[in-house]
Design a protein around this ligand. Structure first.
Ligand code: PLP
Length: 402
């Protein structure tokens, strides 16, 4: 079997064997509906509530503040639509103005397109910019505030560059003016320690499949007292915040993945794991930067330890991803959902890259199962593939002949 190395952990992570073991009984003998009052139901209800405790512990939250969803996208949508709708219905009698939301130009589409949808139905929207390192300036958020601002949503770590945003400062600004603050922590959970109290957020999104849990399940932290309206109507599941029979195996898997991430933090292993991943990432990055005309997108900003996004001038990122895949290496041009789309990454464009340079950029995202051998494998094929693609590129040849 030809060797395959997976360096696309920001797209999704492999489910850990311990997680699969925890989930397995909920596909077979423990099949009860968690809303049933008989013992089958009680068994699955107990499992769902244990998972809720585990997710809450990972975030430093109360179990009652965790709402299970079908993933990060739904949790982001619930945060945005649900909190805005709750705010508007509370203010309905006195409402004279439209609501205003602040987000950033580099959010995942789960936030950006939810906010744009609200804009198309009459809401006011401000997308604050980022600097060349991909960082939001909290003073831009402060300047964007309006009397009718109802929600600020700024991500914790960017999925394409790994850049960590100054969310504590932004949360403090939001708290000062009494506006709710949501952060999409999908790419931070399991990679760096998280505490909702430390951040000071009212709403926080995580997604199971980014932390070695199954796909199709996530959670929204809703700080006690934060008004939120359900977006999916039906039964009174999830304390009437998200209707629908629970995805019990998925929730159990998320809970176990959260426990494993939490346990490694308690063992103080997380720093070691993060350091090891950062060391692998830094080694990969420094070797790749030895190639002519290559640069790290997000260099100089704080980043999660596993991600590097590198621009190789003169190559087409999609062509490089395909060529590397044929040689056994899985990487990405950025957000998985926009791969295959012709538009260059909105994140890199927002950081000031030209469309050509954005299209020449590749994301390498490591995970805790990656080894030094994996990085060596990547280093044995990426430079030669970049060089070969450049040799085939008339644009590159014309540029270097000057
Ligand atoms: N937010 C960020 C930052 C992400 O990276 C992703 C997925 O790539 C999501 C939200 C969406 O999460 P999910 O895939 O669970 O819907």
């Amino acid at each position: 079997m030809p060797r395959r190395v997976y360096l696309d952990n920001n797209a999704t992570t492999p489910v850990l064997p311990e997680v699969v073991d925890a989930m397995r009984p909920y596909f077979s003998e423990r099949f009860g509906n968690a809303s049933s009052i008989h013992s089958h139901g009680q068994q699955t209800r107990a499992a769902v509530e244990r998972a809720r405790e585990s997710v809450a512990a990972l975030l430093g939250a109360r179990a009652s503040e965790i709402v299970f969803t079908s993933g990060g996208t739904e949790a982001d949508n619930l945060a945005i639509f649900g909190s805005l709708q709750a705010e508007e219905s509370r203010a309905q009698k006195t409402r004279t103005q439209k609501s205003h939301i602040i987000t950033s130009t580099i959010e995942h589409h789960a936030v950006l397109n939810a906010a744009r949808h609200l804009e198309s139905s009459g809401c006011e929207l401000t997308c604050v910019p980022v600097d060349a390192r991909g960082l939001v300036d909290p003073s831009d958020v402060r300047r964007a505030l309006r009397p009718n601002t109802k929600l600020i949503s700024i991500m914790l770590a960017n999925n394409e560059t790994g850049v960590i945003q100054p969310v504590r400062k932004i949360a403090a600004i939001a708290a000062e003016v009494g506006v709710h603050f949501h952060t999409d922590a999908v790419q931070a959970a399991g990679k760096i320690p998280l505490s909702v109290a430390d951040i000071g957020c009212d709403l926080l999104t995580i997604s199971s499949h980014k932390l070695h849990g199954p796909q199709g399940v996530g959670a929204l932290y809703v700080k006690k007292g934060t008004p939120i309206d359900a977006m999916i109507h039906g039964g009174r599941h999830e304390r009437s915040r998200r209707a629908g029979t629970e995805n019990v195996p998925g929730i159990v898997g998320l809970g176990r993945a959260a426990e494993l991430a939490q346990a490694s933090m308690e063992d103080r292993d997380i720093d070691k794991v993060a350091e090891d991943i950062a060391a692998l990432r830094d080694h990969l990055e420094s070797k790749l930067l030895q190639l002519d005309s290559s640069a790290v997108n997000g260099a100089g900003a704080p980043r999660v330890p596993n991600t590097t996004n590198i621009c190789f001038d003169g190559i087409d990122g999609e062509a490089l991803v395909i060529a590397l895949d044929l040689k056994g290496l899985a990487v990405s041009t950025g957000a998985a959902c926009s791969s295959g789309a012709i538009e260059p990454s909105h994140v890199l464009i927002a950081m000031g890259l030209s469309a050509d340079r954005a299209r020449s950029s590749i994301r390498f995202s490591l995970g805790k199962l990656n080894t030094a051998d994996d990085v060596d494998f990547a280093l044995s094929i990426v430079p030669e593939t970049v060089t070969r693609l450049r040799e085939l590129s008339p644009v590159w040849k014309a540029a270097v002949s000057y």
